[in-house]
Design a protein around this ligand. Structure first.
Ligand SMILES: *Cc1c(COP(=O)(O)O)cnc(C)c1O
Length: 409
């Protein structure tokens, strides 16, 4: 059997999905068959303007030509070997990422949550090696999001939300402090604290940027107390916020960063980068992964990062993002427009996010809704001001419609 021989109607695809798949997602009610640049296409060729970018993944545009050809070239040579032999894609990507970011070392994983597991494990191993086994405590922020596996889920500061409920007990050794509140973090430090772990902009937590005073205060606190600064760049990394990495907006220098989403251009890859004295905590046997560092994913990531650099998509994200945020302030019933670069959140003063999202979908604009009253947009970073104008008009019509529904109810 070949997939190309399979002929199904849209309804049959939906029925198979509903019958056999364990569903944890609220699906958009259409069948995606093609993606290119700023658009996703259904089977009838309708174009959807993509302002969720596969959740901040397709930074250089969906099916970017260089990424596609890198994958095509690599996939026929070596798809997988495990990490015993040396491979070219791993080596050249390691140099490109480390030199671009000014970091010493990289370790490859397959996803964001796994990158965070590696970051947490490295911090604890470093603490144990240097100071003893009681140096394990990690402080993260309330409302943060770090992933769905046990370490990353335990680091996620949302004890009362669906991501943790039903899965307790969490991994011990984490505590949560208030984001953008330096005193709260200072008070959470104990003699066992080895690390503070933060997102520069809380993404899933409602698109909340850290303040400069807070980030710099955290850096100072870490320096004073010998605490490692871990930055989760999974959503904010790779030009999303107008800089290569989100932390670069704040003049801080983290000890370890995690990345994934925007790195692979649509292929599943995650990674951590670390300073060399911290990276030395990992040695043969202490950590590993079967697929991490896949030649195909590394080849894709090499093409993706090269595209981001060549097209200067950090600058485009800043310019277009600033333009878009200014424009969005003219929407009705806004409480706040916030974000950095093209990581943009619009908070409304009524709980209409789901209705607005559906209104946008009807008008073929893709956005995500969080927390009942927030619309989040993370388009590919090739977005133009014209794309933002189109998105704005659709949003405006959808907000007006949602308000009318709210009143009629
Ligand atoms: C998406 C995300 C993760 C988890 O990444 P996955 O690849 O879905 O495991 C972790 N942290 C942040 C900040 C994210 O946005």
């Amino acid at each position: 059997m070949q997939l190309s021989d399979v002929k199904l109607t849209v309804q049959e695809v939906m029925d198979l999905t509903n019958k056999y798949m364990i569903e944890t997602y609220q699906r958009f009610p259409f069948l995606a068959v093609k993606a290119k640049g700023m658009y996703l296409y259904d089977e009838e060729g309708h174009a959807y303007l993509d302002f969720y970018g596969g959740i901040a993944v397709n930074n250089a545009g969906s099916c970017n030509e260089k990424v596609v050809s890198a994958v095509r070239d690599q996939v026929g040579d070596i798809m997988h070997t495990f990490n015993y032999p040396y491979t070219i894609p791993q080596a050249v990507l390691a140099e490109l990422v480390c030199e671009t970011l000014g970091m010493d070392k990289i370790f490859y994983q397959n996803s964001g949550t796994e990158a965070n597991e590696a970051m947490i494990k490295m911090a604890r191993k470093y603490g144990t090696d240097r100071f003893g086994p009681e140096k394990y405590h990690i402080i993260t922020a309330r409302n943060s999001f770090h992933g769905r596996t046990y370490g990353a889920m335990s680091a996620t500061g949302q004890p009362d939300n669906a991501c943790q409920l039903g899965f307790k007990p969490m991994v011990p050794g984490f505590s949560y402090a208030e984001f953008n509140n330096l005193d709260s973090f200072r008070e959470a430090v104990t003699e066992n604290t080895i690390a503070i772990m933060l997102e520069p902009v809380q993404g899933e937590g409602g698109v909340r940027p850290a303040t400069k005073e807070f980030m710099q205060g955290i850096q100072k606190l870490c320096d004073e107390k010998g605490i490692l600064l871990l930055i989760d760049e999974i959503q904010t990394g790779w030009c999303r916020t107008g800089k290569m990495m989100g932390y670069m907006n704040y003049d801080v220098k983290p000890d370890i960063i995690s990345m994934a989403k925007g790195l692979g251009g649509g292929m599943p890859i995650g990674a951590i980068c670390a300073k060399k004295e911290v990276a030395a905590a990992f040695n043969p046997g202490s950590h590993g992964t079967t697929y991490g560092g896949s030649p195909v994913c590394c080849a894709a990531a090499y093409a993706q990062v090269s595209e981001l650099l060549e097209k200067e998509l950090d600058k485009n994200a800043k310019e277009v993002g600033d333009y878009f945020m200014k424009k969005l302030a003219a929407l009705p019933n806004i409480r706040e427009v916030r974000g950095k670069g093209l990581l943009v959140g619009v908070e409304f003063d009524f709980p209409g996010a789901a209705a607005i999202k559906h209104g946008c979908l009807d008008r073929r604009l893709l956005v995500t809704a969080i927390g009942g009253n927030i619309i989040r947009m993370v388009p590919p970073l090739i977005a133009t001001k014209k794309d933002c104008d189109t998105a704005f008009e659709i949003l405006k019509a959808s907000v007006e419609e949602a308000l009318k529904e709210e009143k009629d109810r």
